[in-house]
Design a protein around this ligand. Structure first.
Ligand code: IPE
Ligand code: IPE
Ligand code: MG
Length: 238
């Protein structure tokens, strides 16, 4: 799974088809450099682009990034406004990568609260990339609890009287992807912050103190190397 030379890129084999990223630490990165928090979000968008490219090159088939949570609306209005502007930069970055990496972009979360222009672009990008083979889920206005409630309500609307795990699986925003094999969180916090609660039932976790704007190819390979050393037992004896 790793090249012969040390520090060469890993290759994703059948054990690793989906990595999810909690891209945290943009604000602290900026503050530590005496910069406004918005510069941290801009630097975070660059790291996002780089990591999507790395993941595509090493053959990862599914990737999910947490870009904006349902709870992030509670930040001061100026910060939310700046982030909204930068989300549109994320979309530019993502759009430029579509063809090169054969990406299919799916936005996880309710698009309704976004401003009309942004919403329209999100729909256009989903439509334009719908034939892509590698899935890039971008969680924007995403909250896992509301995703689960949404999935249950969708199953009820289909006429289901009792709900099974499969009903929930197939109505989640992430329905095109298997559950994440690995969830990576940058910036030192060891929590999920309402991210993929259902899907993470048997995911492996990797936490690093590195702040998201500094999360690079080397950090990614370190996390993957660590993942390949884990023994996943799923409650059995392995
Ligand atoms: C993650 O960085 C990006 C978003 C949540 C939008 P933060 O803005 O949470 O950065 P810290 O955690 O305050 O450093
Ligand atoms: C999680 O980070 C959400 C994103 C990275 C988009 P937060 O910064 O919002 O999480 P908490 O507040 O530290 O739990
Ligand atoms: Mg944070």
């Amino acid at each position: 799974m790793f090249g012969k030379k040390k520090n060469t890129a890993p290759i994703c084999d059948e054990r690793l088809s989906h990595i999810a990223f909690i891209m945290d630490g943009n604000g602290r990165w900026a503050t530590s450099k005496g910069l406004p928090r918005s510069s941290g979000h801009a630097a975070g968008a660059k790291a996002f682009k780089n990591i999507v490219e790395c993941c595509s090159r090493i053959g990862l088939r599914h990737m999910t990034v947490y870009a904006f949570s349902t709870e992030n609306w509670s930040r001061p209005k100026e910060e939310v406004d700046r982030i909204m502007k930068l989300l549109s930069d994320y979309l530019d970055e993502a759009e430029r990568m579509l063809d090169k990496y054969d990406l299919r972009i799916v936005f996880l979360g309710d698009k309704a609260p976004f401003e009309r222009g942004l919403r329209k672009r999100m729909l256009e990008i989903e439509e334009k990339s719908s034939k892509g083979k590698k899935i890039l889920n971008i969680a924007m206005n995403y909250g896992s609890k509301s995703e689960i409630v949404h999935a249950v309500n969708s199953a009820l609307a289909e006429g289901k009287k009792t709900i099974t795990e499969e009903d929930i699986d197939k109505n989640l925003y992430t329905k095109l992807s298997p559950p994440p094999d690995l969830i990576i969180r940058s910036a030192g916090e060891m929590r999920l912050s309402n991210f993929l609660l259902w899907q993470a039932a048997y995911s492996e976790f990797y936490f690093t103190d590195t702040l998201w704007p500094d999360f690079d190819e080397k950090e990614l390979y370190k996390a993957i190397e660590c993942f390949y050393k884990r023994k996943r037992r799923y409650g059995g004896l392995g």
